[in-house]
Design a protein around this ligand. Structure first.
Ligand SMILES: [Zn+2]
Length: 554
């Protein structure tokens, strides 16, 4: 069995749900093996079967060759965390028997007679089951492979005997970290990781997949590694252009993933787009086709965009989760979704209208430092392909919430700081007073007014969309426009820290976001990736890294 380390994630929770999957027969993509699993019979026969959190068995492969002990531990920790998160989010009809994956070694099957459907001859040079070029599936996980003659009830040759299978699991995930040709795609773009669905069941639900995390990327921050793995796990569980066609309640229309009812519900709720009854979720377009990711502009910051960026501004959004539910294979627990505000209530926006409608989110001047739309970071202006405007990306080392020496005299960095456009100065030389993104302390009143404090000042009310003067400084602060981003609404039962008087209660937007969902935490204000999908290697989902904290999938 090579050097396999097998870890099973045992999961609990119960959710009652009584909708049957639909039985659909479709041609599979090359290399994807269909598997008949016992839960299907149970589903159809027993209406009382309930969805259970997906049980993922992780099989680590040859990580011992290239990773140090610490790197292996980091990988295993990140995989564990990602698998645990997926199990919170997704439930399936549990597979009743050990999972045995079908071998692809049969060359021809009998088409008539008593052995119809059984294997007549074996592929030349078939030796083992390989997924994504290098992942050898352990024989123990695989079904037997036999050859029958035309009439005999027993096989005339046992090529491989049946393995034991994998108990108590709904999905087998193979994880490796080896340097491959794909990892070193070229000297500019280095691949961070890539993945593929390996096997599906007879309802087309993926039941095994593989992820290779290129060794050079294991040393990224733990949050980035975690979000990278989550992104890839979503691909292996079906969020892939090769699998959208098998989703039970979805179709692709004009590069929109049009799924009903849940994706439609979520896109309408999120964007506030209720006039278009078919408003689907926008997929990334490339080479006149769609890819396995969301449009990186309209779904900016979603975990399934090709430009996930830094981990703390990448989110598991409800629209992505709804896709899994509309696939017909999963039940989703939306309580584990992150708060996602990009495009909130912007209406039915087409990509061509983006620059005009998202005026507050975009930038025009390349050279001036601004603020990322969440105001946690200073931002630099980045051009997105086929867009007439630019979007602020988090600037490396521009996190306001990390304490450090200020760039400007009045700045304050720390956990409660935020980025705002300002030209405050005590200098009388006019040229120093350039409007740029700067970090100040921030808090919110109970009625969601924004208050700002700079070095040496008191708290000042910062009216949304207005200019604010600060005593002792020349220049002004441009107060942000979005109350929902700066001082989001708190759930009724939220306890707000930091009471400052008997009449006014203040909170920071950071604390508000953490407390606004059940499972959202600092972790959820975390990781991300950048990626695009290449047409010529489409079944494999790649993440490339460029610059220090950016990566992309082609
Ligand atoms: Zn991807």
């Amino acid at each position: 069995m090579d050097s396999l380390l097998v870890i099973t994630m045992a999961l609990i929770i119960v959710q009652s749900y009584k909708e049957n999957n639909h039985l659909t027969v479709a041609e599979r993509s090359p290399g994807i093996q269909r598997q008949t699993l016992s839960y299907v019979v149970s589903n159809v026969m027993n209406k009382n079967i309930t969805y259970q959190p997906i049980r993922i068995q992780v099989v680590y492969r040859d990580m011992y060759f290239e990773l140090s002990v610490e790197e292996r531990e980091r990988m295993i920790g990140a995989v564990f965390k990602a698998v645990e998160k997926i199990s919170q989010l997704l439930s399936v009809f549990p597979v009743q028997k050990p999972v045995l994956l079908k071998r692809s070694g049969c060359h021809k099957e009998w088409t008539t007679g008593p052995n119809k459907g059984r294997c007549k001859s074996i592929k030349r040079n078939y030796q083992s089951e390989i997924c994504m070029d290098t992942f050898k599936i352990p024989d123990d996980h695989l079904d037997g492979l036999y050859v029958w003659n035309e009439l005999d009830p027993d096989p005339i040759r046992v090529v491989y005997s049946q393995g034991a299978g994998v108990n108590s699991t709904d999905f087998i995930l193979h994880v490796d970290s080896v340097t491959t040709d794909v990892c070193g795609f070229n000297s500019v773009n280095k691949v961070l990781s890539y993945s593929k669905v390996c096997h599906v069941d007879q309802y087309d639900r993926p039941i095994s997949g593989c992820i290779n995390v290129c060794p050079h990327s294991v040393n990224n921050s733990p949050e980035k590694l975690y979000k990278t793995l989550l992104h890839e796990l979503f691909h292996t569980l079906g969020f892939s252009k090769t699998h959208f066609q098998y989703f039970k309640k979805c179709q692709i229309k004009d590069r929109n993933l049009d799924c009903q009812p849940l994706v439609l519900r979520e896109t309408q709720n999120h964007f506030g787009c209720t006039t278009e009854t078919k408003y689907g979720a926008p997929l990334e377009g490339k080479f006149n086709n769609f890819t396995s990711h969301w449009d990186k502009v309209l779904m900016y910051g979603s975990i399934m965009t090709p430009d996930m960026g830094m981990p703390h501004v990448t989110f598991i959004d409800r629209i992505t989760l709804a896709v899994f539910e509309d696939s017909g294979w999963y039940k989703v627990d939306y309580r584990s979704a992150d708060v996602y505000v990009w495009g909130k209530n912007m209406g039915c926006v087409d990509r061509s209208e983006f620059c005009a409608k998202y005026e507050d989110y975009i930038c025009k001047n390349n050279s001036v430092v601004g603020c990322h739309y969440l105001h946690k970071d200073k931002g630099y202006c980045k051009q997105e392909s086929n867009l007439s405007c630019r979007i602020y990306q988090p600037q490396p080392k521009g996190e306001c919430f990390k304490p450090r020496e200020p760039d400007f005299e009045e700045e304050i960095f720390g956990a409660s700081s935020f980025c705002v456009i300002s030209n405050l100065t005590t200098d009388y030389v006019e040229k120093t007073a350039i409007l740029t993104g700067r970090c100040y302390l921030q808090k919110c009143s109970r009625n969601r007014n924004l208050l700002v404090k700079v070095h040496g000042s008191d708290w000042n009310d910062c009216p949304y969309g207005k200019l604010l003067k600060i005593q002792g400084y020349r220049g002004y602060i441009k107060c942000p426009t979005s109350k929902d981003i700066m001082c989001p609404e708190l759930p009724d039962d939220t306890t707000i820290p930091g009471t400052e008087s008997s009449n006014v209660i203040y909170y920071t937007s950071t604390s508000a976001k953490i407390s606004s969902t059940d499972h959202s935490s600092i972790d959820s204000v975390s990781s991300g990736t950048n990626d695009n999908l290449s047409a010529n290697i489409s079944p494999i989902l790649l993440i490339f890294v460029y610059l220090i904290d950016q990566y992309t999938v082609i």
